[in-house]
Design a protein around this ligand. Structure first.
Ligand code: ZN
Length: 431
């Protein structure tokens, strides 16, 4: 074989083998990678496995078409997807077909964590009694005032809303009423105009006679400065509430009881030997008149022999000078020369033997212990607007009851004026 031939053969062999070497022989696994958008990383749930048909096409040098071409052979490729689970989406979306979709909830539902949650309520009937559905939440129903005003008597026909069972009560029905609840009703209808309130019921109750101090701004009467008005409806003016029993009760028509309970708005709270621990004048206190705040049930009178005896009081009930001082109706100067005494029995076992002076008090002595009464009579309030409230069941009051109460209100007005020597008055008018 000559050299020239040999060289040509060799060149052909090289060219042939070189061509073979340059041929693209892409493998199936390489093709998988090429078709994967992320370059083959298949971890996590952000990739969706897609069924895909393709073939491997030969690759040749200088060809732009070196690629995995489709044919009917089944392979897979992977594609980046939006979501695989709900947690890949925002709280108000869920994952459906690998796409986050906005959740649509029903009328009475809201979107929670990728799902619809039923609201606490949609209608009032979804809530328990006395609650209503407000903005899909059960809220306590605002009290519904059923108030009628007849001749300045405020009739509250919400008995069951303001009463409760008072187990410690000895009365048969054990019904007590809540003054805060009653006053909240009152202030849902009336402006903040009342200085005091008197409450009467047309049914028997426990704790029928009582006075509650709601707010005190007076100095020198032995009562702290305080304000509980928030729990009574937030009225700024209201200072006290007096319970006067039921329309059938004897207390309601008693001058003594009315003046006594109403008088508790001012006393007797002072630090003095003249008062007892129940906020009354001591039953051995000598005062200048039949004071309805006296525990003695009468008035001590000086006898010629210098001893004292107890006279029962009837229609003369009123307020003594000291009581009028506490009410801001008499100045300290007006009574500065007067003495008041605490007495003791001449014979402890025989009240008929009379009483002697044990100790003596003056207004200066009381001021020393309690400070001066402020406001003084020049500035104190003397006209008191009083709410006269009758609590009934839903049927209200009979005309007979109304007539009776109207007379009683007239009496209260007159009794208070007399008791204060026309220095103060109460006013039941509304509006
Ligand atoms: Zn009392």
């Amino acid at each position: 074989m000559n050299q020239k031939f040999n060289f040509a053969v060799l060149l052909v062999i090289i060219l042939i083998s070189g061509c073979l070497k340059e041929k693209c022989e892409i493998t199936s696994s390489q093709c998988d990678k090429q078709d994967t958008k992320s370059g083959g990383a298949l971890e996590g749930c952000s990739f969706k496995q897609l069924r895909y048909n393709y073939t491997i096409r030969d690759y040749y040098l200088n060809s732009d078409e070196c690629a995995c071409n489709f044919k009917d052979e089944t392979k897979y490729r992977y594609e980046l997807v939006e979501c695989c689970n709900d947690t890949d989406c925002s709280f108000d979306e869920k994952c459906g077909d690998n796409k986050c979709e906005r959740i649509k909830c029903g009328d009475c539902q809201y979107i929670g964590e990728h799902k619809c949650i039923k609201n606490e309520c949609c209608e009032d009937k979804d809530c328990r009694t006395d609650y209503e559905c407000k903005n899909n939440v059960c809220k306590e129903k605002p009290i519904t005032p059923i108030i009628e005003v007849v001749d300045n008597i405020i009739i509250l026909k919400n008995k069951k809303d303001v009463t409760y069972a008072y187990d410690d009560c000895e009365a048969v029905d054990k019904i007590a009423y809540s003054t805060p609840k009653i006053m909240k009703y009152i202030y849902s209808r009336f402006d903040d105009i009342f200085d005091y309130a008197i409450i009467v019921t047309n049914f028997d109750t426990c704790v029928a006679l009582l006075q509650e101090n709601i707010k005190n701004e007076i100095k020198g009467i032995g009562l702290d400065i305080f304000d509980k008005s928030k729990i009574y409806g937030g009225a700024d003016k209201l200072k006290g509430i007096v319970r006067m029993g039921s329309t059938n009760g004897l207390a309601l028509t008693s001058k003594f009881t009315f003046l006594h309970e109403f008088g508790h708005n001012w006393g007797i709270f002072i630090n003095s030997g003249l008062k007892d621990e129940h906020n009354h004048w001591d039953n051995l206190a000598f005062l200048d008149s039949c004071d309805a705040m006296s525990a003695s049930g009468g008035q001590f009178i000086l006898k010629e022999d210098g001893s004292y005896f107890l006279k029962q009081c009837a229609d003369e009930w009123g307020y003594s000078e000291l009581m009028l001082y506490l009410m801001g109706l008499v100045s300290k100067e007006e009574i500065s020369n007067n003495d008041y005494h605490l007495l003791e029995g001449v014979d402890e076992n025989d009240p008929f033997k009379g009483y002697n002076i044990k100790s003596t008090y003056s207004i200066n002595n009381i001021i020393r212990l309690n400070g001066e009464r402020i406001p003084t009579p020049n500035e104190s309030k003397k006209n008191f607007k009083v709410a006269f409230i009758l609590v009934t069941d839903k049927d209200g009051a009979s005309s007979k009851e109304i007539k009776k109460l109207h007379q009683i209100m007239e009496n209260y007005i007159n009794w208070f004026s007399e008791a204060t020597h026309n220095r103060a008055n109460i006013d039941f008018s509304i509006g």
